[in-house]
Design a protein around this ligand. Structure first.
Ligand SMILES: Nc1nc2c(ncn2[C@@H]2O[C@H](COP(=O)(O)OP(=O)(O)OP(=O)(O)O)[C@@H](O)[C@H]2O)c(=O)[nH]1
Ligand SMILES: [Zn+2]
Length: 345
């Protein structure tokens, strides 16, 4: 037997409303047979369908589902309620009746909508960086700001460390102490020597994770190490519309052997800062927060403005100069990184 969901009053009303737009014989909230609804999780998303994992008699099964037209969006990682269509016997089929409230959401730029949701209910973002060709603290900072903005816990992974001399390794650890002091965890890994891979696995368990980072840092290599069976972890469906650059990227949710899940797709890996305001970028630097609002001028740009509390904190050594410089670099380059079809704030 599948696990029977307990619906809140509001969820019952939502399911009934989602159905009423579709059916002639509208089930009211009172007559709705909630016993037929099954809890599941979206593990794949393709065009008009979604693959939902449900658990029947302790066995996970995939149910290919249609989506009620009144439901705004269904993305990988969504917790849903479905009803099963018993009439088809070939593959399991059903209908998504309700998308439960999301605890987090990842979006990417979209030609039509500005932003488009790609994955939901992510607990942790793995920011992968590598020592080759060079460590870019600025790129790490960009991802950290993005994580802080959507309020998802980041984990910094520094890959390819076997390429470093002992001296350079020690130097790098000293440099990255700033991040540890800010409360961010850092794992040093190597796909070649297997250093840090157990530690990485331990950090991923019991959570829904995604890997982000620049091309070539070793995301696929790391994913293949922690998920050896799934070499085609990345499934992409692209469609070219008449309007030009429009790609539909589907994401997949995969279970990790050590527990926990991984959501992956190229569209999930690239998420940027182009839609953030300056204030949101400032907020993304966690150590700046306590000074925000204290500057002499309300519209302080935290640059060379007189009476800037953040700059004073840098001068007093309370904030790292490198992070402060990084902040300005992010602000200076945000405009040019905005896709041309997205209007500025
Ligand atoms: N020396 C060394 N090379 C590594 C390590 N991990 C990955 N590489 C190499 O780095 C290159 C890029 O690795 P990928 O896993 O494809 O990088 P990616 O981040 O998935 O790149 P994209 O798919 O472009 O986003 C490959 O040649 C890997 O063999 C490592 O720990 N040490
Ligand atoms: Zn200021």
């Amino acid at each position: 037997m599948a696990k029977k969901p307990k619906l809140t009053h509001r969820q019952k009303r939502q399911v009934a409303a989602n159905r009423s737009k579709m059916l002639k014989n509208t089930p009211s909230e009172k007559t709705l047979n909630t016993a037929e609804l099954i809890e599941g999780r979206v593990v794949g998303r393709f065009g008009k369908h979604a693959d939902v994992e449900i658990v029947i008699s302790n066995t996970p099964e995939i149910c290919r589902c249609h989506i009620r037209r009144t439901i705004d969006s269904v993305v990988c990682g969504d917790d849903v309620l479905i009803s099963k269509d018993e009439h088809t016997n070939a593959t399991l089929q059903g209908v998504i009746e309700l998308v439960k409230d999301r605890r987090s959401m990842l979006s990417r730029p979209d030609y039509y909508d500005g932003v488009k949701p790609v994955a939901a209910n992510i607990d942790q973002i793995i920011i992968v960086s590598s020592v080759l060709p060079a460590v870019s603290l600025n790129i790490i900072d960009r991802y950290l700001v993005a994580c802080e903005h959507i309020n998802i816990h980041p984990l910094i992974v520094m890959n390819k460390v076997e390429l470093l001399s002992q001296e350079d390794y020690t130097q790098l650890q000293t440099t990255l102490k700033t991040y540890a002091e800010l409360g961010y965890s850092i794992i040093y890994t190597s796909c070649k020597s297997a250093e840090g891979l157990d530690d990485l696995n331990a950090h991923l368990s019991e959570k829904t994770n995604i890997f982000v980072g620049q091309s070539g840092v070793g995301k696929s290599s790391l994913i293949n190490k922690i998920l050896p069976e799934a070499d085609e972890v990345v499934g992409e469906i692209s469609a070219t519309s008449g309007l030009g650059q429009h790609t539909t990227t589907s994401a997949k949710l995969l279970h990790l052997p050590a527990g926990g899940d991984l959501i992956d797709s190229p569209g999930v890996r690239e998420f940027g800062l182009w839609h953030l305001t300056q204030e949101e970028v400032t907020w993304g630097f966690v150590e700046f927060r306590q000074y925000i609002g204290g500057c002499k001028f309300r519209d302080c740009k935290h640059l060379n403005d007189p009476g800037c509390m953040i700059r004073e904190a840098v001068e007093k050594g309370e904030i790292s100069q490198t992070r402060f410089d990084s902040y300005h670099r992010i602000l200076a380059t945000m405009e040019e990184q905005r896709p041309s079809y997205i209007p500025s704030n």
